[in-house]
Design a protein around this ligand. Structure first.
Ligand code: ABN
Length: 175
Protein backbone atom coordinates (compact mmCIF):
# COMPACT_ATOMS: atom_id res chain seq x y z
CA UNK A 1 0.00 0.00 0.00
CA UNK A 2 1.51 3.33 -0.96
CA UNK A 3 1.54 6.33 1.35
CA UNK A 4 -1.53 7.97 -0.28
CA UNK A 5 -3.60 4.83 0.23
CA UNK A 6 -2.54 4.67 3.89
CA UNK A 7 -3.60 8.31 4.51
CA UNK A 8 -6.93 7.72 2.78
CA UNK A 9 -7.51 4.57 4.86
CA UNK A 10 -6.71 6.48 8.07
CA UNK A 11 -9.14 9.26 7.13
CA UNK A 12 -11.83 6.68 6.31
CA UNK A 13 -11.46 5.05 9.72
CA UNK A 14 -11.54 8.40 11.57
CA UNK A 15 -14.66 9.49 9.68
CA UNK A 16 -16.39 6.17 10.33
CA UNK A 17 -15.62 6.38 14.07
CA UNK A 18 -17.00 9.94 14.20
CA UNK A 19 -20.19 9.04 12.35
CA UNK A 20 -20.75 6.01 14.59
CA UNK A 21 -20.35 8.23 17.66
CA UNK A 22 -22.94 10.73 16.41
CA UNK A 23 -25.32 7.92 15.41
CA UNK A 24 -24.97 6.42 18.89
CA UNK A 25 -25.84 9.70 20.60
CA UNK A 26 -28.69 10.63 18.28
CA UNK A 27 -29.92 7.13 17.51
CA UNK A 28 -33.49 5.89 17.71
CA UNK A 29 -33.10 4.42 21.19
CA UNK A 30 -31.60 7.53 22.74
CA UNK A 31 -34.26 9.64 20.98
CA UNK A 32 -37.01 7.45 22.48
CA UNK A 33 -35.36 7.60 25.91
CA UNK A 34 -35.28 11.42 25.79
CA UNK A 35 -38.88 11.56 24.54
CA UNK A 36 -39.95 9.28 27.42
CA UNK A 37 -38.21 11.51 29.97
CA UNK A 38 -39.87 14.57 28.50
CA UNK A 39 -43.30 12.97 28.59
CA UNK A 40 -42.93 11.87 32.23
CA UNK A 41 -41.74 15.40 33.15
CA UNK A 42 -44.69 16.98 31.35
CA UNK A 43 -47.13 14.61 33.08
CA UNK A 44 -45.73 15.53 36.52
CA UNK A 45 -45.81 19.30 35.91
CA UNK A 46 -49.45 19.85 36.97
CA UNK A 47 -48.92 18.11 40.37
CA UNK A 48 -45.81 20.08 41.36
CA UNK A 49 -46.55 22.82 43.90
CA UNK A 50 -46.14 26.35 42.65
CA UNK A 51 -47.63 29.77 43.27
CA UNK A 52 -50.67 29.69 40.98
CA UNK A 53 -51.31 33.36 41.72
CA UNK A 54 -47.88 34.14 40.20
CA UNK A 55 -47.19 36.55 43.07
CA UNK A 56 -50.31 38.60 42.47
CA UNK A 57 -51.87 37.54 45.80
CA UNK A 58 -49.02 39.22 47.65
CA UNK A 59 -49.02 42.26 45.36
CA UNK A 60 -52.79 42.69 45.56
CA UNK A 61 -52.94 42.69 49.38
CA UNK A 62 -49.73 44.69 49.87
CA UNK A 63 -48.92 42.52 52.89
CA UNK A 64 -45.70 43.25 54.79
CA UNK A 65 -44.57 40.59 57.25
CA UNK A 66 -42.39 43.15 59.06
CA UNK A 67 -45.40 45.36 59.91
CA UNK A 68 -47.76 44.88 62.85
CA UNK A 69 -50.82 44.82 60.56
CA UNK A 70 -49.62 41.76 58.60
CA UNK A 71 -52.65 39.39 58.58
CA UNK A 72 -50.94 36.63 60.55
CA UNK A 73 -50.29 38.97 63.49
CA UNK A 74 -53.99 39.74 64.05
CA UNK A 75 -53.74 38.73 67.73
CA UNK A 76 -49.99 39.13 68.32
CA UNK A 77 -48.95 41.04 71.41
CA UNK A 78 -45.17 41.47 71.31
CA UNK A 79 -42.03 42.05 69.22
CA UNK A 80 -41.73 40.51 65.76
CA UNK A 81 -39.02 37.83 65.73
CA UNK A 82 -38.31 38.31 62.02
CA UNK A 83 -37.02 41.80 62.90
CA UNK A 84 -34.84 40.37 65.66
CA UNK A 85 -32.66 37.84 63.80
CA UNK A 86 -35.30 35.09 63.64
CA UNK A 87 -38.06 34.44 61.11
CA UNK A 88 -41.85 34.48 61.07
CA UNK A 89 -41.80 31.01 62.65
CA UNK A 90 -38.33 30.57 64.19
CA UNK A 91 -36.83 32.11 67.30
CA UNK A 92 -33.62 34.13 66.96
CA UNK A 93 -30.38 32.34 67.90
CA UNK A 94 -29.84 32.19 71.67
CA UNK A 95 -33.57 32.18 72.52
CA UNK A 96 -35.95 29.25 72.82
CA UNK A 97 -39.64 28.74 71.99
CA UNK A 98 -42.11 29.09 74.84
CA UNK A 99 -43.65 25.86 76.07
CA UNK A 100 -47.11 27.46 76.15
CA UNK A 101 -48.67 29.89 73.66
CA UNK A 102 -51.74 31.87 72.75
CA UNK A 103 -53.70 30.78 69.68
CA UNK A 104 -55.56 33.35 67.59
CA UNK A 105 -57.76 33.07 64.49
CA UNK A 106 -56.74 35.30 61.57
CA UNK A 107 -58.17 35.72 58.05
CA UNK A 108 -55.69 35.44 55.19
CA UNK A 109 -56.70 38.15 52.68
CA UNK A 110 -55.22 36.25 49.72
CA UNK A 111 -57.55 33.23 50.07
CA UNK A 112 -60.27 34.53 52.46
CA UNK A 113 -59.74 31.56 54.83
CA UNK A 114 -59.42 31.73 58.63
CA UNK A 115 -56.25 30.21 60.07
CA UNK A 116 -55.34 29.19 63.62
CA UNK A 117 -52.09 30.95 64.53
CA UNK A 118 -49.97 29.98 67.51
CA UNK A 119 -48.14 32.95 69.04
CA UNK A 120 -45.13 31.52 70.81
CA UNK A 121 -42.83 33.82 72.72
CA UNK A 122 -39.08 33.35 72.32
CA UNK A 123 -37.47 33.13 75.73
CA UNK A 124 -34.10 33.42 77.44
CA UNK A 125 -32.89 36.76 76.07
CA UNK A 126 -33.68 40.36 76.92
CA UNK A 127 -36.49 42.08 74.99
CA UNK A 128 -35.61 42.69 71.35
CA UNK A 129 -35.49 46.42 70.65
CA UNK A 130 -35.24 46.12 66.87
CA UNK A 131 -38.97 45.67 66.33
CA UNK A 132 -42.08 47.72 67.13
CA UNK A 133 -44.07 46.22 70.02
CA UNK A 134 -47.22 45.05 68.22
CA UNK A 135 -50.53 44.98 70.03
CA UNK A 136 -53.10 43.33 67.78
CA UNK A 137 -56.15 41.91 69.48
CA UNK A 138 -58.59 40.15 67.12
CA UNK A 139 -60.62 37.73 69.26
CA UNK A 140 -58.82 38.73 72.45
CA UNK A 141 -60.72 39.44 75.69
CA UNK A 142 -59.82 41.36 78.89
CA UNK A 143 -57.51 39.82 81.49
CA UNK A 144 -60.33 38.58 83.74
CA UNK A 145 -61.45 36.22 80.92
CA UNK A 146 -58.77 33.65 81.68
CA UNK A 147 -57.36 31.98 78.57
CA UNK A 148 -58.72 34.64 76.22
CA UNK A 149 -56.18 37.31 77.10
CA UNK A 150 -52.98 37.68 75.05
CA UNK A 151 -51.08 40.32 77.05
CA UNK A 152 -49.06 37.69 78.88
CA UNK A 153 -45.43 36.55 78.97
CA UNK A 154 -45.72 33.01 77.56
CA UNK A 155 -42.19 32.21 78.75
CA UNK A 156 -43.74 31.51 82.17
CA UNK A 157 -43.31 27.73 81.82
CA UNK A 158 -39.74 27.89 80.51
CA UNK A 159 -36.63 27.66 82.67
CA UNK A 160 -35.41 31.00 81.37
CA UNK A 161 -38.39 33.38 81.46
CA UNK A 162 -36.91 36.51 79.88
CA UNK A 163 -39.12 37.62 76.97
CA UNK A 164 -37.38 38.37 73.64
CA UNK A 165 -39.95 38.31 70.78
CA UNK A 166 -42.93 36.42 69.36
CA UNK A 167 -43.32 34.10 66.36
CA UNK A 168 -46.56 33.38 64.49
CA UNK A 169 -46.91 29.72 63.46
CA UNK A 170 -49.85 28.47 61.38
CA UNK A 171 -51.33 25.42 63.11
CA UNK A 172 -54.50 24.80 61.14
CA UNK A 173 -57.49 26.12 59.23
CA UNK A 174 -60.48 27.21 61.30
CA UNK A 175 -63.64 25.29 60.29
N1 ABN B 1 -46.48 37.72 74.80
C1 ABN B 1 -45.62 38.80 74.80
C2 ABN B 1 -45.59 39.57 76.06
C3 ABN B 1 -44.52 39.46 76.88
C4 ABN B 1 -44.49 40.15 78.06
C5 ABN B 1 -45.56 40.95 78.41
C6 ABN B 1 -46.63 41.05 77.56
C7 ABN B 1 -46.65 40.38 76.38
Amino acid sequence: MDILAKITDLMDRATEAGVRGVAHKTGRRSFLARMGGGLVGAALMPVLPYDRTFGTAFAATGEDEYACDYWRYCALDGNLCNSCGGTLTECPPGSETSKVSWVGTCRNPSDGKDYLVSYNDCCGRTACDNSPFCNQNVGERPGYRMGLHNDINWCMANTSQGYHCTVAVLVGIAE
